[in-house]
Structures are given as structure tokens and as C-alpha cells.
Design a protein around this ligand. Structure first.
Ligand code: SAM
Length: 303
């Protein structure tokens, strides 16, 4: 690959068209980290024109007929962009519409894995606990038939990690081992920090990039948005790539490469359960499930 400027692969294009728009790197991407556009909650084109206007308009895109097939096409484009053995990490939450939760993470995962066999290998699903995202709302008992302390908004998202079939390689990664734990506590991006309506925190791609790639490798986000993946990749000396249909977002993402990092050092650490004060110390007696917290003498006396 010829040496490229840092922002050469950040382009205005439809994600579905990435293999054509970014032909120079098709088949060379080691990792995709992305979050798809919300199905119904945000009109990105209105936001890009006027961020102060109400962009939380309801779109009429049909979930099953239009939205999921559009995502299928994007994941197929990602497969073309990935090198064999490369990873796809999709950050996504449920869709709340008309009082009903559409299980979008599960729907995406099923469509990717239950289709033609052998297209993707499931690696794991990480649960992102958006620690500060809860809002208690009055009226939930009436509207949803659930108690007032129920949180009607979406406090967790999934990060579905898949691999394109191909050689498996061991990465001599400097990523802390606890990042492989399946629950991540991460605060969302604080309000008004970034000029985009739906960024994920830079910490999220930062972790995945260190876990799954090496310096010099290409990291792609088909839904570039505020460029959080591109920025994390650039700061970690990977090659950033991305597409977005909104030219203004692509311009912002390019500018962001030279802005200060928004990685929150204190959020890069996960406290393992063993460290938490509330976990009981080793006991002498067997646990409820019979395993016990210490080796048990066998009945025949053999240890
Ligand atoms: C949830 S945001 C991504 C945010 C990004 N992960 C970040 O942290 O900044 C989704 C983005 O997808 C873009 N988008 C929507 N439909 C698209 C399409 N068909 N192709 C490319 N981009 C699209 C929107 O303009 C929006 O910026």
C-alpha cells in the first residue's frame, strides 16, 4: 500500500459502497469498529444542517423491510474490506419505538451468523454498561405498567465481535487482560463535548484497537460519524479509514485527528470482580453449588 496521508481514507460515501470508494484498502482492513445509525431516533441530515434545531425526529424507515437489510449490505461491504482473519466489532443498543424494544443486537447477530454458513466466526459479545446513563422517569407505571424506579431508557449496549474466516494470529498486545472481560463500565460522551448527535466514547474503539490490531494496520468505521474510531486509531499509530454520507461529519472527523485525545485514562481500567470489596473472602465451607472455595479432600483421601 502506498504511503497515504492520515485522512486520505476518510471519505464521503455510503457505507454500502466502501469497497468501491476505498478500493485501495479493500481486503486490507484488520479491524472494523462501528456503531450503525439509529433506526428511528436521529435525523443526521437535519442535525448536520442545524445542530440547534430538533433533530430527534422520528424516521419512517421500516425496521424489518428497510433498516435490517440496509445493515446486512453494510456488513457485507465490511467483509469485503476486511483481510482474512480480521475482526468486525459492532456497537449497538436496542431500539425503543412505540413502547416496544426491538432487540437490534440480537437481530444483527442472528442475521450475520444464521445466513450462509462460514461467512463470520462469532468471537464474543461485550456488554457496555453506560454507567451514568440512567434516567428515572415519572409515569412509567402508567405508560409501561412497570414500577417508577424502572429505567425506560437504554442503559446498556452490546459490542458484537466477529471474525472474518482466515488465519488466526496471536497478537502480542499491550492491552490489559481484563479488557477481555465481557462487561465494560464506560461513561458515555458528556453532553456538548463533540459536535455529533451519537458518538461513542473514544475509550471504546481505543480498547478494541489495542486488543485486536498492531501499529501500522488499517482500522475502518463505515459509519464514521464524529470520527471516534478514526481518532483512536490515529493516536495508536494505526491507519484510520471511514465513510459517512454527511460531508460535514467527514470534515469534522478529519480535523479531529489533530485535536487532543478524548480517551479518559481512568476509564481504561476495569476493576475485576476479585478486587471488589463486596466479594466474600475465601470461606472454609463449600459454596452453595458444592464446589467450595478451596480444594476439597476426596472421600478416598487422595488430594
Ligand atoms: C451512530 S453514528 C456513528 C458515530 C460514530 N461511531 C462516532 O463515535 O462518532 C452513525 C453515522 O452514520 C452515518 N450514516 C447514516 N447512514 C449511512 C450510510 N448509509 N452510509 C454511511 N454513513 C451513514 C450518519 O451520518 C452518522 O454520522
Amino acid at each position: 500500500m502506498a504511503k497515504a496521508a492520515a485522512s486520505d481514507y476518510l471519505v464521503e460515501a455510503r457505507a454500502e459502497d466502501a469497497p468501491r470508494a476505498l478500493a485501495a484498502i479493500a481486503g486490507r482492513v484488520r479491524l472494523v469498529v462501528t456503531s450503525p445509525p439509529y433506526h428511528n431516533a436521529i435525523a443526521y441530515d437535519s442535525h448536520a444542517v442545524d445542530a440547534t434545531a430538533n433533530y430527534r425526529t422520528r424516521q419512517t424507515l421500516d425496521y424489518a423491510r428497510d433498516y435490517l437489510p440496509m445493515l446486512d449490505r453494510v456488513w457485507e461491504a465490511c467483509r469485503t474490506m476486511l483481510a482474512p482473519g480480521g475482526h468486525l466489532a459492532i456497537n449497538v443498543g436496542t431500539v425503543l419505538l412505540g413502547g416496544y424494544h426491538y432487540p437490534l443486537p440480537q437481530d444483527i447477530q442472528a442475521r450475520l451468523l444464521l445466513g450462509e454458513p462460514g461467512r463470520w466466526v462469532f468471537v464474543r459479545s461485550i456488554l457496555w454498561n453506560k454507567v451514568t446513563a440512567g434516567v428515572r422517569r415519572a409515569g412509567t407505571a402508567i405508560k409501561y405498567g412497570l414500577p417508577g424506579y424502572w429505567y425506560p431508557n437504554i442503559m446498556t449496549e452490546h459490542i458484537i465481535v466477529l471474525r472474518k474466516p482466515g488465519p488466526v494470529r496471536a497478537i502480542a498486545s499491550d492491552a490489559p487482560a481484563e479488557w477481555w472481560l465481557p462487561v465494560w463500565d464506560l461513561a458515555p460522551v458528556p453532553p456538548r463535548q463533540i459536535a455529533h448527535p451519537a458518538p461513542f466514547p473514544e475509550d471504546l474503539p481505543h480498547r478494541l484497537i489495542r486488543m485486536l490490531t498492531l501499529p501500522g494496520e488499517v482500522v475502518f468505521d463505515p459509519f464514521l460519524g464524529a470520527g471516534s474510531t478514526a481518532k483512536a486509531a490515529f493516536d495508536l499509530e494505526r491507519v484510520p479509514a471511514g465513510t459517512d454520507i454527511i460531508a460535514g461529519y467527514v470534515a469534522n472527523a478529519r480535523r479531529r485527528l489533530s485535536a487532543p485525545s478524548l480517551v479518559r485514562r481512568q476509564q481504561l481500567r476495569i476493576r475485576t470482580i476479585a478486587e471488589a470489596a463486596f466479594v466474600p473472602q475465601r470461606t472454609k465451607s463449600p459454596t452453595r453449588h458444592g464446589a467450595g472455595n478451596r480444594p476439597r479432600a476426596r472421600a478416598d483421601g487422595v488430594r
